[in-house]
Design a protein around this ligand. Structure first.
Ligand SMILES: [Fe+2]
Length: 261
């Protein structure tokens, strides 16, 4: 099974730049690259921060763009999103009994859970008791089947102080739920705008760069909270005994200079 993980498009009003770059052009190039090289994937996931400020015009642009994207795509919300604008453009996206944008996808391979960690117009993430109840129910229903979780905010510090302050709130309450399930194969998240691997409470976790701007590990190395760097999407290969994550730098494909070999 092959799935594609993309995150943090940060779309603005079409035609406007964001931090000196064109987020629409870059998101679109990412999608084109996926179609060209990984069109055989079973599905894509975009793990939140679809937009930069929840603009309806940005969601409308994405809706139209995805109509020309042949792969099934699961959409999620992040802290830069707004549920109202998201629902306006994507009313068909499933939600839980409390209206949160979280849902499950079951396949022959196992269960994929897409979580809603949006708190509101703030940067930190929230996974309240109601949402935790939904997750506990999904994990119980999955029984022994393998489970892969996608969420926008990491439930742990990642070694970047200003990002650690805006991780998922109440991480221990979240950990209490997932730690009890040894069948959770992997947690995928966004928010951090970096390629990183974390082994947390026995669960492998990965995050990805965004498609527009990145976050430097050392802010002093660039002098600003955001930086430029190669966008990547994750190519996730799932087999019975392993989950492989390739970080694919989609806007930076160039052959090596092999001389006369
Ligand atoms: Fe983001």
């Amino acid at each position: 099974m092959k799935i594609i993980h993309i995150t943090d498009f940060h779309l603005v009003a079409p035609g406007e730049p964001l931090w000196g770059l064109d987020p629409h052009a870059r998101a679109s190039a990412c999608l084109d690259d996926i179609v060209r090289w990984h069109g055989d994937a079973d599905f894509c996931v975009i793990s939140g921060d679809l937009t930069n400020q929840g603009d309806e015009s940005a969601y409308d642009w994405l809706k139209e763009r995805l109509e020309n994207f042949p792969l099934k795509t699961f959409l999620m919300v992040g802290n830069h999103d707004a549920r109202e604008g998201f629902r306006h453009a994507f009313p068909e996206t499933q939600k839980d009994e409390n209206g949160f944008v979280q849902y499950a996808h079951k396949s022959d391979q196992g269960v994929f859970l897409f979580l809603d960690t949006l708190k509101g117009p703030v940067s930190e993430g929230e996974y309240c008791a109601a949402r935790r109840g939904w997750l506990a129910g999904q994990l119980k229903a999955a029984a022994d089947a393998p489970v892969w979780i996608f969420m926008h905010h990491p439930p742990f510090d990642i070694g970047i102080p200003y990002m650690d302050r805006i991780k998922l709130e109440e991480p221990e309450a979240f950990a209490d739920i997932v730690e009890a399930h040894v069948n959770i194969r992997h947690i995928f998240f966004g928010h951090v705008h970096r390629a990183a691997f974390i082994h947390w409470r026995g669960i492998p976790c990965t995050c990805l760069p965004g498609t527009n701007h990145q976050i430097p590990l050392n802010r002093e190395s660039v002098g600003t909270p955001y930086s430029f760097g190669p966008p990547m999407y994750g190519v996730v290969l799932i087999e019975d005994d392993k989950t492989i994550v390739h970080f694919e730098p989609c806007l930076d494909r160039a052959p090596a200079d092999m001389g006369s070999r």
